[in-house]
Design a protein around this ligand. Structure first.
Ligand SMILES: [Zn+2]
Length: 62
């Protein structure tokens, strides 16, 4: 029995010939794309936060 890591739907349509789905371990292309998009989002957030300068440092004037 295989469970989709994205929507946690129990995929009962397990192939009998032993070949996995092309979306494995996801149940469908939609769930696969959602997971992919999350990875891209996380990378974008890390990049943008590292690129942004700390406002407290530039604010300390004399
Ligand atoms: Zn799914």
């Amino acid at each position: 029995m295989q469970q989709c890591p994205e929507c946690h739907k129990q995929d009962t349509s397990e192939p009998v010939d032993g070949t996995r789905s092309q979306y494995y371990p996801f149940c469908s292309e939609r769930c696969k794309l959602i997971d992919l998009g999350r990875w891209f989002d996380a990378r974008y957030v890390i990049q943008s936060s590292a690129d942004a300068s700390d406002p407290e440092i530039s604010d300390q004037g004399f």
